[in-house]
Design a protein around this ligand. Structure first.
Ligand SMILES: [Zn+2]
Length: 121
């Protein structure tokens, strides 16, 4: 039984070497930039019509993505971009909540043009 010709080094073909992994790309609804999914925040309209940030990325419902750029969140909460993307109307409360969320995620990341004016607490 000649078993010498069987490839014993690799069990599966292509198991070695860097295989380009498929990285899911999503488009920010504000700046339209395509980015790695992990760099975006998903905003979902749930089945009961509420709009909230989906940190798990798995909530059912219509989703829209906003990248982690303060300017995009600014626009997302001040314009009707998200309303269109989610095909609903965001209440002022929802936009306030999104603004608060954005403020919380960018609290440790000052905007690029932010000069220290001594206003920080
Ligand atoms: Zn963006």
């Amino acid at each position: 039984m000649p078993a010498s010709t069987t490839t014993a080094k690799t069990g599966k073909p292509g198991a070695k070497g860097p295989r380009p992994r498929h990285v899911p790309q999503r488009t920010c609804v504000v700046c339209r930039e395509k980015t790695n999914k992990r760099a975006l925040f998903r905003i979902v309209r749930t089945s009961d019509g509420r709009v909230e940030v989906d940190l798990t990325g798995r909530k059912p419902g219509r989703g829209a993505y906003v990248c982690d750029t303060p300017a995009c969140w600014e626009r997302a909460t001040r314009t009707s971009i998200l309303d269109h993307a989610l095909k609903t109307e965001l209440t002022p409360e929802t936009k306030d909540a999104l603004r608060a969320f954005a403020a919380s995620i960018f609290v440790n990341r000052p905007a690029a043009n932010a000069d220290e004016k001594g206003e920080t607490a």
